[in-house]
Design a protein around this ligand. Structure first.
Ligand code: SAM
Length: 253
């Protein structure tokens, strides 16, 4: 584990092609997190002609799903290389997707109150200033608009946590330092976090940061792993592989 976040501003530029393949094939994302996020979005209301921002969109997997359902989608990301991959993928959607290079902590290309919904899939842990990113979300949403996000579960993935094998052979998660908020990188771990690290926050920090910007939690989902994910990561037989929520911007917020 390292503590110093002297990483470049866009660490995904260095792993863009790897991440593009990962997001297509990794059951954690393709079978569990993205379907759960789309369900939360679809339950928020009809998507046809709604205006949605995919904040930290990466190579655009969620943005394309929303566009195919008839939404007007803007995807922003800090990684030029992931945006290039997003732009290179044709999508036969009713409305073209607008891809923009922008920092979620600022959202300089995003107008106030201009979106019915904002989605941020598995990216809040990549953003150093959570409060600034959530201020962007609250600023660009219209009153009553929804915010759907997915994050690594902060009670499971935390500094110094790791998979362990019990004497009976079962894989379990060894807890770490839950209260050590900040950047950490499980060096050598497979997957995204071993490559780019993460900004850990406690669950209460997430919930209080949402409340601070006027976003009310409407639903919370801790999805079950699929058989393919359990085969790859057996410890997820007993644990939720992610945490998702849908929030609403309070009137007057
Ligand atoms: C794990 S990827 C998720 C990408 C995409 N949402 C998906 O579902 O595949 C995290 C993303 O956050 C982006 N990111 C990190 N910091 C950012 C920032 N300050 N502003 C915008 N995007 C950022 C990264 O470039 C990367 O695309």
């Amino acid at each position: 584990m390292t503590n110093a976040p002297d990483a470049p501003d866009a660490p995904y530029d260095a792993i863009a092609e790897w991440y593009d393949e990962y997001v297509r094939t990794e059951p954690l994302l393709a079978e569990v997190v993205i379907p759960a996020a789309l369900r939360l979005i679809e339950e928020a209301g009809r998507l046809q002609d709604t205006v949605i921002c995919d904040l930290a969109c990466g190579q655009g997997v969620v943005a394309r799903e929303l566009a195919l359902r008839g939404a007007h989608v803007t995807g922003i990301d800090i990684s030029e290389r992931l945006l290039a991959l997003a732009r290179s993928q044709p999508v036969a959607a009713p409305h073209a997707i607008s891809w923009r290079h922008d920092d979620a902590q600022v959202g300089r290309t995003l107008a106030d109150g201009s979106f019915d919904g904002v989605v941020c899939n598995m990216a809040l842990m990549d953003i150093p200033d959570l409060a600034a990113a959530l201020r962007t979300v609250a600023r660009i949403l219209r009153p009553g608009g929804w915010f759907v996000f997915a994050i690594t579960h902060p009670c499971i993935q935390m500094p110094h946590s790791d998979w362990m094998t019990r004497p009976d052979g079962a894989t379990i998660r060894g807890t770490g330092d839950y209260f050590a908020e900040g950047f950490w990188q499980p060096v050598g771990a497979p997957g995204v976090r071993g490559r780019v690290g993460a900004h850990h926050r406690t669950l209460s920090s997430y919930l209080n940061a949402l409340a601070d910007v006027g976003l009310s939690v409407e639903r919370v989902v801790e999805p079950l792993a699929t058989p393919a994910l359990i085969e790859r990561m057996p410890g997820y037989r007993w644990l939720p592989p992610a945490l998702l929520s849908r929030c609403r911007k309070r009137d007057g917020a």
